[in-house]
Design a protein. Structure first.
Length: 117
């Protein structure tokens, strides 16, 4: 794409909503993982004395935050391309901040509530 072309609406929309999509995938992944692990309480999977659910949710949280940061950084340099006023970049940043807060909120549960209760 040259500097004079405007990106397509679907591409801009996908880039703007990517942090929220990552947040939604994180939500589904951690609760699905916790459901599978907790469905077999006799297994009691632990590494270094920490339940598997804690490790899985923490790893998914770190990965989700990294993906949110990457997708936001990828969309940010395009804020002034083809006469863009900066609205899309500001919107993407707002969605990314909201998504990051959501991921942190979901991930913090592993330290506040015992796993598989």
């Amino acid at each position: 794409m040259t500097s004079m072309e405007r990106p397509s609406f679907s591409r801009v929309l996908l880039q703007s909503c990517a942090p929220a999509i990552v947040w939604a995938l994180h939500f589904v992944l951690i609760y699905g993982f916790a459901g599978v692990v907790c469905a077999r309480p006799q297994a009691d999977w632990r590494w270094w004395g920490v339940p598997a659910t804690t490790w899985g949710v923490a790893a998914a949280g770190v990965l989700a935050l990294a993906l949110i940061a990457w997708s936001t950084a990828r969309a940010w340099p395009r804020r002034n391309e083809a006469g863009d006023s900066g609205f899309v970049a500001a919107f993407t940043l707002g969605v990314a901040l909201l998504s990051a807060v959501g991921v942190v909120w979901e991930t913090a549960v592993v330290w506040l509530v015992p796993s598989c209760v």
